[in-house]
Design a protein around this ligand. Structure first.
Ligand code: ZN
Ligand code: ZN
Ligand code: FE
Length: 758
């Protein structure tokens, strides 16, 4: 022995349990000839090392560099320890009580090692659709309670056979303490059922399911966090039939392909996109179409992109291995209700939609939709943070008291905080029916249970009628913080960037309840985590018919026209007006002009709707944001823009009249839609850059945060970021949570923490 014998204690926090961390530590210590032990504790993992000081230093370096793929080390605290002439290195069995505050891993796509075994005819798990190991497999979706042990998961009913048990017990095995460990002898099995739910006697249900898909049938396929509805994506008739049965006319359907080579047949991807596609999260990634291709045009109509994912369960791999270019794999959630998760539930709720059901007997405890990501400016942005991310925390800059933040109404997620961590729930969805609200309540209860958090503070939106807010207001024995919607958007962006503010916040979305009781959505704020001041906003225009105007963008177009030309629009010669009956024009123009059933809104999302409708891109919107997406998809690059100004001299109220005049003039002049859309985007970039620079000079605040659903628009996001940075402004954007209302709960929690924290 060369160096001096010393001892150190390492306390590792982060995601270090249930991810193969202790076997990794064990192997590393053995390799470096270090003595000591490793154990799970309340905060993470505790390691005691004894040996050569240089080797211990080496260990500490490699601990971070070589930690298992699923581990996420938040901090390592090193302290001196009494040397005790320890002999060898051991893994100490965990005391179950000690695990309560440790992190639970999200679900992870099947790993390469497992796939290799699954494809090896000599392996005992050859073609076994539930193969998994310490580095991969189901986690969050099979956990019913803590501590995370097999007994508390939906694997509890499957008793490990002797060989599985031996793997599970061996610290050197790659299945050491892999809770869902199983094999064909002892684990879950797949089965095929017909449309009435009757079991079909087939030898290889997956192979038969693939044949049925080849024949154009619609299959319900049980996945990790719920059921998908699957059809062969190149079979136009099958896709049409799926849309008809699902009553889903327009919204893009997600695709799944076996590997990148198959994806390349119909979509383009760059390095960044391929990294996200192949990451263990395996989200749906938005990719540009490669045309022409074999995919049914009904998969993603009027859209430049497909949502594409790679297989993430062994079952997916086996199914896709049958040679499809792609399968449509869309969440099975009839009529906007939560995704179907149980077998019997599937037979009932998907009756009349699915021809066959490919199911299995491992229960899904937590439903969890696929996550959705897009790579913008080389970095992944989340549009939906769900499977594969949940319940991994977002780390906060400052410790927070225990808070429950209830989120918004659409794309709802909830958030719980503990110390310096915020845990966001999976995508719960739109809280507009009883089933969604039940899911919302259940998710809150479940997360409180598995995270062992009893909230002292509840945060919610100020909206009087959001179901999430009503839930919060009904809670007793907690402090309540009601947060303005757009303040929450900006606070979410601050929180995930570890920024405390103040910033100039550009909060652009479709709808949010404003402090003056009107509908906001084109807001320029001066905000930190405690306070928020509205510095500027779009001039409010009437929303003729309220929600009807969200579904019918043409109403917004008329409303904007009325702002410029007054109630009588008959003389305007515009393609849009020709598509409407004179009666429709008269009635809606009158509503807009006189404010009848027309709440005012400063929403930028609605301005997008109006311009899209004027251009004839979307008359009606089958889902929120559809018109805006069509407008973005149509745009071409241009330096030209429209004039903009401020109402009555100041720079508080942005006058959009110049934009509408410009668009109308271009339409009459035969300017192509692509150019008009390009000019519209250019105008917004200029407008908000100019305004931000001016406000930055006035306030001395040189940081701008971008949040709200409108920032799913990549032209606006990239364009604005670029020009702001060129003007010397620091730009904060979302990376870990969506810019849309799916990120709102984090902002609510951050604000509540700032108000109630020490
Ligand atoms: Zn594995
Ligand atoms: Zn077994
Ligand atoms: Fe919003």
């Amino acid at each position: 022995m060369t160096g001096q014998r010393t001892a150190r204690r390492l306390e590792v926090s982060g995601i270090v349990q249930g991810v193969g961390f202790r076997p990794f530590v064990y192997r590393l210590a053995r390799e470096l000839d270090l003595c000591g032990q490793v154990a799970n504790t309340a905060e993470g993992v505790e390691i005691v090392l004894e040996g050569d000081a240089a080797d211990i230093a080496d260990f500490c370096r490699r601990l971070r560099e070589q930690s298992p793929p699923l581990a996420r080390i938040a901090a390592v605290r090193v302290s001196d320890h009494a040397a005790a002439q320890r002999d060898g290195f051991t893994i100490v069995r965990s005391r179950s009580a000690a695990r309560r505050t440790a992190f639970i891993s999200p679900d992870v796509a099947v790993c390469r090692d497992c796939l290799r075994e699954m494809n090896d005819p000599a392996d005992r798990r050859y073609r076994y659709p539930f193969i998994n190991c310490t580095n991969c497999g189901p986690r969050y979706t099979i956990i019913g309670a803590i501590p995370y042990d097999r007994a508390t998961t939906s694997m509890h009913g499957f008793t490990m056979c002797a060989r599985c048990r031996a793997e599970y017990d061996d610290p050197a095995d790659r299945r050491f303490h892999a809770q869902p460990n199983a094999c064909p002898e002892c684990g879950p099995q797949v089965a095929l059922h017909d449309r009435r739910g009757r079991l079909l006697p087939v030898r290889d249900p997956i192979a038969r399911a693939a044949e049925l898909l080849q024949q154009g049938r619609i299959l319900a396929v049980k996945g990790l966090g719920g059921f998908h509805l699957a059809v062969n994506a190149v079979d136009d008739a099958a896709v049409a039939e799926l849309r008809r049965r699902k009553h889903r006319e327009q919204k893009p359907l997600a695709l799944m392909s076996a590997d990148l080579a198959h994806v390349a047949r119909y979509a383009r991807s760059d390095q960044g996109e391929r990294e996200v596609l192949t990451s263990p999260v395996r989200p749906i990634v938005l990719l540009e179409k490669r045309l022409p291709n074999d995919i049914s045009p009904r998969v993603s109509p009027q859209n430049r992109r497909y949502g594409v994912m790679l297989p993430y369960t062994p079952l997916h791999h086996l199914l896709l291995g049958a040679g499809f270019t792609a399968l449509v794999m869309t969440s099975a959630n009839p009529s906007g209700e939560p995704i179907v998760r149980g077998n019997r539930e599937a037979f009932e709720r998907l009756a009349g939609i699915a021809d066959y059901f490919l199911v299995h007997d491992r229960e899904i405890y937590q439903r969890c939709d696929d996550s959705i990501a897009a790579v913008v400016d080389g970095r992944p942005r989340l549009l939906r943070r769900s499977r594969g991310h949940v319940p991994a925390p977002v780390f906060l800059a400052r410790p927070a008291p225990p808070i429950l933040a209830c989120g918004a109404e659409l794309k709802n997620t909830v958030c719980l905080t503990r110390d310096r961590t915020a845990f966001l729930s999976q995508h719960i969805g739109d809280l507009q029916n009883a089933a969604a609200e039940a899911f919302f309540r259940k998710t809150i209860a479940h997360l409180q249970g598995i995270l062992d958090i009893t909230p002292r503070i509840v945060a919610c939106d100020r909206h009087p009628d959001y179901r999430s807010s009503r839930y919060a207001r009904a809670l007793r024995g907690v402090e309540r913080v009601e947060v303005q919607h757009h303040h929450a958007h900006i606070a979410a962006c601050l929180a995930e960037n570890g920024h405390l503010g103040p910033v100039i916040g550009l909060a652009f979305d479709g709808t949010g309840y404003g402090d003056d009781g009107t509908v906001w959505g084109g807001e320029v704020l001066l905000a930190d985590l405690k306070t928020c001041r509205r510095l500027a906003h779009l001039r409010p225009v009437p929303l003729p018919g309220g929600d009807a105007a969200v579904r019918q963008p043409w109403r917004m177009a008329l409303s904007h026209l009325v702002q410029v030309w007054g109630e009588s629009l008959a003389g305007l010669d515009l393609p849009l007006l020709e598509k409407l009956s004179p009666e429709q024009v008269r009635v809606v123009a009158r509503m807009a002009a006189r404010g009848i059933h027309s709440p005012p809104t400063s929403s930028l999302g609605r301005l997008f709707d109006a311009v899209a409708a004027l251009c004839g891109l979307r008359h009606e919107a089958a889902f929120e944001g559809q018109a805006a997406m069509a407008l973005e998809a149509a745009a071409r690059d241009t330096d030209d823009g429209y004039p903009f100004g401020w109402e009555s001299g100041g720079d508080r109220v942005i006058d959009t009249g110049g934009i509408i005049r410009g668009v109308v003039r271009d339409l009459r002049g035969g300017v192509p839609t692509a150019e008009i859309s390009g000019r519209f985007h250019t105008t917004l970039v200029r407008l908000f850059t100019e305004l931000s620079v001016r406000l930055a000079d006035r306030t001395g605040v040189k940081t701008v945060a971008l949040s709200g659903g409108v920032f799913q628009n990549r032209l606006l996001l990239t364009g604005l970021s670029r020009t702001l940075r060129r003007a010397g402004i620091t730009v904060l954007r979302h990376r870990q949570v969506p810019a849309n209302d799916g990120g709102i709960c984090l902002g609510q929690a951050a604000i509540a923490a700032a108000r109630f924290g020490k």
